[in-house]
Design a protein around this ligand. Structure first.
Ligand code: C2E
Ligand code: CA
Ligand code: CA
Ligand code: CA
Length: 284
């Protein structure tokens, strides 16, 4: 750390320096990493709470850094957003995921149409190419728009004006599902939900954590119950994330949640893993 000026001294913070260097290093390495193919995608199954069948997966990007090993998205997505690399990176993730979903569908026609969920950062939402890029990718890879779900965080849409919602509306009209990610953390105006072209709420992990004991905390139960009934009254499906135990899954099922995702079912993994899980499903 540099001195703050004048003749005051500041203690050096070697950890902060290391963090800053890493952040700087990672930021400058990002564009080449995309060219060199250092990113890869793991898929985490989405499971129907009613019958336990695999219905699809969420795509989660990782960076295999030559020096630092595998880095999670929390380490580099904010940097990619800051530098604008998120647009080509997000397009790459969408393309890979859509291609993968198409392959699952071909190999597992019997398991029913497997769907693919892809995260969209706020920068991608405001990028003018979003709709056309998505149309092109679906067409090129031969996947139905119905099989794609784009996840947008609740906070990205708080106070969203019509300009921001227009591309999402167009995608929704084409049949792409829009999910409101991390729902319940953004203090959005619930009445506002009606205005958004959203068909799925992804209940944030913090709510699932309250279901760890059986019976769950009564206040948490009431809140989730309220969100589920609100969602269903607006014709929205509810997906819950961060399900780590059978007790959580059971209570969330009883509360009427539709789809679940979490370590209890499977950690994010290579695409082959979803083949195996879907196959078990199809053969009973
Ligand atoms: P998210 O969209 O909320 O994704 C869910 C996160 O929860 C993932 O972390 C997942 O690995 C983790 N998770 C899943 N099941 C469990 C569980 O049972 N317990 C716990 N404790 N955690 C669980 P991950 O992979 O580190 O991703 C973090 C965030 O990075 C994502 O949060 C998403 O916001 C962002 N992200 C990931 N991939 C992409 C991408 O391709 N584009 C963009 N824009 N953002 C991405
Ligand atoms: Ca997500
Ligand atoms: Ca989420
Ligand atoms: Ca999250």
């Amino acid at each position: 750390a540099k001195s703050a000026g004048g003749n005051r001294f500041e203690l050096a913070d070697p950890e902060a320096d290391a963090r800053a260097i890493t952040r700087h290093g990672l930021t400058t390495a990002l564009p080449a990493a995309l060219d060199r193919g250092e990113f890869f995608i793991e898929y985490q199954p989405l499971v129907h709470l009613g019958d336990g069948s695999v219905r699809g997966a969420e795509a989660l990007v990782r960076w295999l850094h030559p020096q630092h090993g595998v880095l999670g998205p929390d380490r580099f997505i904010p940097l990619a957003e800051h530098t604008g690399l998120i647009v080509p990176l997000g397009r790459w993730v969408l393309e890979q995921s859509v291609r993968q979903a198409r392959e699952w569908q071909e190999r597992h026609a019997a398991a029913g149409p497997l769907r693919i969920n892809v995260n969209l950062s706020p920068c991608q939402l405001t990028h003018p190419g979003l709709v056309q890029d998505t149309v092109d990718i679906l067409e090129r890879e031969g996947l139905d728009a119905d099989a794609l779900c784009l996840e947008v965080t609740e906070s990205a849409l708080i106070g969203a004006d019509d300009d921001l919602l227009k591309p999402l509306r167009r995608l929704a009209e084409m049949g792409v599902d829009i999910a409101l990610d991390d729902f319940g953390t953004g203090y959005s105006n619930l009445a506002n939900l009606r205005r958004l072209p959203v068909s799925i709420l992804k209940l944030d992990r913090s709510f699932t954590q309250g279901m760890q004991q059986f019976p769950a905390d009564p206040v948490d139960l009431k809140i989730v119950e309220g969100i589920v009934s609100l969602a269903h009254s607006l014709d929205l499906a509810i997906t819950v994330e961060g399900v780590e135990t059978g007790a959580q899954a059971e209570q969330l099922r009883i509360l009427g949640c539709d789809t679940a995702q979490g370590w209890y079912y499977a950690r994010p993994g290579p695409p082959e893993r979803l083949h195996e899980l879907a196959l078990v499903d199809a053969t009973g």
